[in-house]
Write a protein that binds this ligand. Structure first.
Ligand SMILES: [Ca+2]
Ligand SMILES: [Ca+2]
Ligand SMILES: [Ca+2]
Length: 271
């Protein structure tokens, strides 16, 4: 039987056309990576990938200031945001010693499943109470610039929307589009929590002397609370400088007292 044009104007045809128009108008599907909390939905996925970056748990211990060298320190509640500038932007803390720009040339390239990445590690510090131990990373962007940057531009919600040079990676083009959920169930302060791998290929054309900026926003899906969220980069000599044994802890405790680093001692005391 010959198909007539009128077949496409039947109620079923109209329904199909409406459905396709509806689907075309929907934003890209949001990705939520729940790294490690079986009580949350979706089910835990470790590692997970968003826009080419890999997120995975990393329980390296000891971590924390004095053992590793954070370049980004953020702390506020119930949300927190900021980047590693030296202008004390947003909720950054301990500027400039543990909140400062990096240079691209200082970062080590790390191989993961045959691909090259720059690796960043977050030491999450959330309280040891189940109701408050969860936190979400809701926005993450990485930038490079040959010059120092200091934008504090915000949108109507108070979220940073400025430029820090050339955008190299963007986890969430808008708040709520993608996020990473995490349960801080380990010993909290002083133990690493999350590794973030950003593809080296995202940095094509950048110079070794370029500054690297990372912007983070936490707490939208799951509130931030407790101590600092500290991020360090795996740099050329970083890996070999991390002690592998807790036998060094007394040494660090002594060093902490000698150089008067309350932050260091904080890291070595039980939560
Ligand atoms: Ca929390
Ligand atoms: Ca931690
Ligand atoms: Ca915290």
């Amino acid at each position: 039987m010959k198909l007539k044009l009128s077949s496409f104007t039947t109620p079923m045809g109209a329904l199909l056309l409406s459905l396709s128009a509806l689907l075309a108008s929907q934003p890209a599907h949001a990705t939520t990576i729940n790294l490690n909390d079986p009580s949350l939905s979706p089910a835990p996925t470790d590692p997970g990938t968003i826009n080419g970056a890999v997120f995975t748990t990393n329980f390296t211990q000891p971590a924390g200031t004095g053992v590793i060298d954070p370049f980004l320190t953020i702390q506020s509640s119930p949300t927190e945001q900021g980047y590693n500038g030296t202008n004390g932007n947003f909720d950054t803390k301990r500027v400039p010693q543990w909140n400062h720009p990096l240079t691209l040339g200082s970062l080590a390239e790390v191989s993961l499943n045959g691909q090259q990445y720059y690796q960043f590690v977050v030491d999450v510090n959330e309280p040891n109470a189940t109701s408050t131990s969860t936190i979400s990373l809701d926005m993450l962007s990485v930038w490079t610039s040959p010059t120092l940057q200091s934008s504090t531009s915000t949108n109507s919600s108070g979220l940073f929307n400025g430029s820090l040079g050339t955008l190299r990676y963007n986890m969430s083009p808008s708040l709520g589009s993608n996020d990473v959920l995490y349960f801080d169930g380990n010993s909290g302060s002083g133990q690493a929590d999350i590794s973030i791998y950003i593809p080296v290929s995202d940095f094509a054309g950048a110079s070794a002397s370029d500054y690297v900026y990372m912007y983070q926003m936490w707490g939208n899906t799951l509130p931030s609370s407790g101590g600092y969220e500290e991020t360090f980069a795996v740099e050329g000599s970083n890996l070999t400088s991390v002690p592998e044994t807790s036998a060094l802890l007394p040494l660090f405790a002594v060093l902490g007292m000698i150089i008067g680093g309350p932050a260091i001692r904080r890291k070595l005391l039980p939560a």
